[in-house]
Every structure is written in C-alpha cells, then in structure tokens.
Design a protein around this ligand. Structure first.
Ligand SMILES: C[S@@+](CC[C@H](N)C(=O)[O-])C[C@H]1O[C@@H](n2cnc3c(N)ncnc32)[C@H](O)[C@@H]1O
Length: 228
C-alpha cells in the first residue's frame, strides 16, 4: 500500500468540475498490467476511460444509468454503451456471457447502495483482471467535521474489507487536494461537481456558517485504487 498526495488548482477549463475524476482515470489506466483488448467499464460516464484506451481493442462495453452521460460517450463499432444500473443483478446474468480481460471502474463504485452485493456480482463474471478507483469517506473530511455531518460514502476500511471477501488485489490510497481562491467558488464547485452528498441537507444558515468556518482554502479527496 502507498499513500500519495497530489495537488491541483481549480482550473477554468471545460472539464473543471471533473478535474479530480480525470486524475483518477489517469492513475487507473497507469495501473493496468497490459493493454487489455476486452474491457468492461462500470459507471463509464462520458467516457473518461474509453478516451484513454488509445490502443487496439476488440471491444469496450460501458455501463451507466445516466442517459445524458452516455450520449456524450464515444460509440463506435468496438465501443458500445448500455444504459443499466450496475447494481441490478440482471446485468450480471447478461454479462456472464462475455469474457473480459479487464473490468474497470473509475470514480463510480462509491455510489453503490450495496457494495457487498455489487462486488459479489462482479466476482461472478469471467474476467482476468480488474482495476477500480473508489472515493472514500475521507473525501471532504474537514467539511464533514466542520459541519458535523457524516460522509455519504464508504470508509476506506469498509471498501477494503468488502473487497477482500471476493477478490485478491493490491491497493493504493491517493489523497488529492483542489485549491480555490475564494470559498464561495469552492462551495459552488461542490454543488456543481455532483459530489455534494449530505451537504445538500444543510439549511441556508448552516451552509453559511460552514462557508465562514471552513478552515482550508482547498478541498480534500481520498481515492482507493484496488487492482489485480
Ligand atoms: C463521477 S462519474 C465518473 C464517470 C467516469 N467513470 C469518469 O471517470 O469520468 C460517476 C458515474 O457513475 C455512474 N453511476 C453511479 N451509480 C451508478 C449505478 N448504480 N449504475 C450505473 N451507473 C452509475 C453515474 O451516472 C456517473 O456517470
């Protein structure tokens, strides 16, 4: 296991709301042991993984339950997407018919309501290797502490303990920070980035207090990479 820290400044580029996800996707790709030809991507979104597979493939199958994201995903003869909930058991009954070199998932599995069931379902598939990048509850940890609320996503220990039941794997924990010039911009980022979690439940007054009392000029993210 290694613990690593990476810093970023809030960018003004078109993908500024997914800047950390893009670091995660880059790291995930760098963890692959070879250039897989048959790939399954769970929670594929707009195609962060597909656009990074710049080698010859046989097929790439992306799964996502957000139609708007799938519309933006590259689709070719070899790259197909299916509109499906990756927590639906029926998906795995269908996917059992395929052989995959790699199952990949970047910045998506932390939203599983039942991580145990999800890992069980993935373990039923025919695949050689896997690599997952999963956000942990240490994401926004100082925000949660300041606002006195709990994280909506799994702790590092829960992810590891659950995965150990189904897979042999290596893991790496990476901490990312994203720095902002002002706190209003920072909290706007949280809202727009789609990772706000329990912060949505705060009242206007509580949010105002949090913005005033948050002691950092950056946001914290923690991602665990599980890979075979
Ligand atoms: C933060 S985005 C990451 C997208 C892409 N993998 C990337 O790295 O940019 C998370 C994606 O997971 C998808 N997702 C979350 N829960 C899902 C589920 N239960 N079934 C299918 N897709 C899901 C969301 O729709 C979203 O596209």
């Amino acid at each position: 296991m290694s613990i690593d820290l990476e810093f970023s400044r809030f960018a003004t580029s078109y993908n500024r709301y997914s800047i950390i996800q893009s670091h995660v996707a880059n790291r995930l790709i760098s963890l692959l042991k070879y250039k897989p030809k048959k790939i399954l991507d769970l929670g594929c979104g707009e195609g962060a993984i597909a656009t990074r597979t710049d080698w010859e493939i046989d097929f790439f199958l992306g799964v996502d339950f957000a139609k708007k994201m799938l519309e933006l995903h590259p689709q070719t003869q070899k790259i197909k997407c299916i509109y499906y909930d990756f927590e639906n058991d029926a998906l795995y009954d269908e996917l059992c018919l395929y052989d995959f070199d790699y199952i990949l998932s970047s910045s998506a599995l932390q939203w599983a309501k039942d991580l145990n069931r999800l890992f069980y379902n993935i373990s039923r598939l025919n695949f050689k290797d896997f690599a997952f990048g999963i956000f942990t509850s240490n994401t926004f940890k100082t925000i949660h502490k300041t606002a006195n609320i709990s994280s909506p996503i799994y702790t590092l220990d829960t992810v590891l303990d659950t995965a150990k039941k189904y897979f042999d794997f290596n893991y790496e924990v990476k901490n990312y920070t994203l720095e902002f010039e002002d706190s209003i911009e920072m909290f706007r980022y949280i809202k727009k980035s789609g990772v706000s979690g329990n912060l949505n439940k705060l009242s206007y007054k509580e949010t105002k207090r949090l913005i005033n009392e948050y002691p950092l000029n950056y946001l914290e993210f923690e991602v665990v990479f599980l890979y075979s």
